[in-house]
Design a protein around this ligand. Structure first.
Ligand SMILES: Nc1nc2c(ncn2[C@@H]2O[C@H](COP(=O)(O)OP(=O)(O)OP(=O)(O)O)[C@@H](O)[C@H]2O)c(=O)[nH]1
Ligand SMILES: [Mg+2]
Length: 382
């Protein structure tokens, strides 16, 4: 199942990346997306040994790219001793299968790579259930592939090896049943979470959200003085975490939530499965949208995160944008007037951020939606 991430004792897989430039998509944007796919591959434990881009009017229904290009790539794979091919866009099951027949190595699309990272990272029961659900929902429509082993893997009834119609149907049945089971498990976990949420204090919740690697966990640690180290890896955080922090000297206590990062072309099923983790964002009183301002494509990352937030139903009024990693910027660099600029690494700008959060919470508290907790209280909590 893990085509990119090998069992730990094997050498790193050698990955070849493929991107497609569709009409209206500038070359730099394809390059940039491939660059991100490269860091995803690296996070998934593969070494990138080559890449190819093809401009097309539309994806080829059979192979996604042109047959000639596939031939070229096949030759380069041999030369580079690549043993897995990663596509930046989603492939159908039959496209992946057709490509694998020609290329003779596993072919994985971007969603598949992200899934593998999530599978490696998931620790809690909830995260593992969510990832498994996402994996099976991803595999189900792709079942044209040689999944003879699958029914065995999910503890089912299938016999090994068969690739015929019957085997396919059996696999499909096993998958569907397992998916239903996982959904029920998640609903149960979700109910538990809701109860916990109801039972927990009246403190306002401030969720940190944003693109993966933006610095959410670093900021979270700063704001809550927790010693957990941040990791320079994509999707270091898979579970929402909650911890108490204070907004000012009067110690207005709030709960901060650290959350899973967003990424462009985030598999839809994955978003759906992480829904209950993301509920922390959906139900937060305020969402602090952390942007890595030092990233060359910060604007696009910001837009992607905004789209995800919007799709989760988070109103823009509830979002506070903060530009992080300004310590890496040239002092002369122009920036948006009035923007909150911080460095979670050095601590610069954090007082202003706390003030801004306090201001927003107070303002939102006046608005009808947010049933917020106590105003700046000298209650001595936190
Ligand atoms: N220079 C600099 N680096 C930072 C800053 N904030 C975070 N980082 C680094 O950026 C990397 C990612 O930080 P994290 O806090 O793990 O980012 P995240 O948004 O939680 O990432 P995911 O959980 O993977 O989505 C780490 O190497 C941090 O040390 C900052 O203000 N300045
Ligand atoms: Mg994190």
């Amino acid at each position: 199942m893990n085509a990119v991430a090998p069992a730990s004792r094997q050498p790193r897989r050698r990955a070849f990346l493929v991107g497609v430039a569709l009409p209206g998509q500038p070359a730099w944007s394809v390059e940039e997306h491939l660059e991100e796919l490269a860091s995803l591959a690296d996070t998934a434990g593969a070494e990138v040994v080559g890449r190819a881009v093809q401009a097309r009017k539309a994806p080829d229904p059979k192979l996604y790219i042109g047959a000639g290009k596939v031939g070229e790539i096949a030759a380069r794979l041999a030369e580079l001793r690549a043993d897995v091919v990663l596509f930046d866009d989603d492939l159908t099951g039959s496209q992946a299968k057709n490509l694998e027949e020609v290329l003779k190595v596993p072919v994985v699309d971007r969603s598949g790579v992200i899934l593998e990272i999530f599978e490696r990272r998931a620790r809690s029961r909830e995260a593992r259930t969510q990832v498994e659900l996402a994996r099976l929902s991803y595999e189900l429509p792709r079942l044209t592939r040689k999944w003879g082993h699958l029914s065995r893997q999910v503890g089912g009834i299938g016999v090994r090896g068969g690739e015929g119609e019957t085997q396919l149907e059996a696999d499909r049945r096993v998958l569907t049943r397992r998916i239903a089971r996982l959904r029920r498990d998640l609903q149960q976990i979700d109910r538990m979470r809701r109860n916990q949420r109801r039972g927990r204090s009246e403190l306002p919740v401030v969720a940190l959200a944003g693109y993966t690697n933006a610095g959410k966990s670093t900021l979270f640690n700063r704001l809550t003085r927790d010693g957990t180290l941040a990791e320079d890896r994509l999707f270091a955080t898979l579970d929402a975490r909650l911890r108490r922090g204070a907004l000012d000297a009067e110690r207005w206590p709030v709960l901060f939530a650290d959350t899973v990062g967003f990424i462009r072309k985030l598999p839809h099923d994955l978003v759906a499965s992480f829904r209950s983790t993301l509920d922390e964002v959906v139900e937060a009183d305020l969402v602090v949208h952390v942007v890595d301002r030092s990233h060359p494509r910060w604007e696009e990352q910001k837009r992607v995160a905004e789209e995800v937030l919007a799709s989760l139903g988070v109103e823009p009024e509830r979002v506070l944008v903060v530009f992080n990693k300004v310590d890496r910027l040239d002092a002369t660099e122009a920036f948006e007037p009035g923007a909150l600029r911080i460095s979670a690494a050095t601590g610069a700008g954090l007082d202003e951020l706390r003030q801004a959060i306090g201001g927003h919470l107070a303002r939102l508290r006046a608005a009808p939606r947010a049933p917020l907790g106590p105003l700046p209280a000298t209650s001595g909590i936190a």
